[in-house]
Unconditional design. Sequence first.
Length: 285
Amino acid sequence: MQVSRFSAFGRDGWRKPAALLALLGALGMMPGAAWAQQPDLDQTFLNAPNVLDGNLIRFCVYPESAIGHLEEELAHVLGAALLLEVEVVTVEPPIAIPGLDTIPISIEDLFLLLSNECDGFMGLELAPEAYPTWLTFTRPYFEAPYVAVARPGTFDSLEALTPDDRVATQSLTTGDIQFSAYNNALSEGQRVRRVPYPHTDLQFERLLDGSVDAAIVWEPWLRHPDIGVDGVEVIANGAIPLGTRSIGMGLRSRDTFLRTALDDAIALLEQDGTLAEVFSAAGLN
């Protein structure tokens, strides 16, 4: 099933990727009370409150994310653990950007999807403090670090770069925030030149053509079947913190029973090694 509700709701002020909202929250830049309530939407856009429909559970999946190609399989694995049939709702963004590392969905659209189309939205970065209170999250089902990469034979460590070198980051991701904080704490004469880009494809492109000397990327993009990056290697980050991204599922806060059931299913799949099998088969250990 294809879901394309994005162009119907909201204006530019609402169209912020979930990861950007999370990072703004981490920086103390989120608006206050306006985000604590559900979006002010015409009720005609909303169906009756979602409940599990008999033995069916519906998962929204954004396939263009770094692990989106695995999440349909993961949805079926979770459904099997809960002894439920699974329906996967494929969500398309308003603008398709290859390699996009965040989910370009507005808060209104997320609320509409969780009210009308699915019981849980997969692939969200876990930063609950940055989201409105009507949204809650499962425990993480995947976590991976940000890493530094360079062309083979150029640098062994991110710390080896000099002020004449350039580092590509993806704007307002955890890796970008962490690196910027470290870099800005150095004296002006020691700082490496940071070059922010909107998406990971462009980071790799500029690294391979020599426009930049290193890049900071979320590790799963190095294993993504549609990226297929050759000619780069992971280098040490040394004392430079780059952080990790934890991924889970978003649900409405009122769905506490479902969240508990999903948490238990994720924990069970962790313990019996099923989650590891799903991700290790794709080279994500």
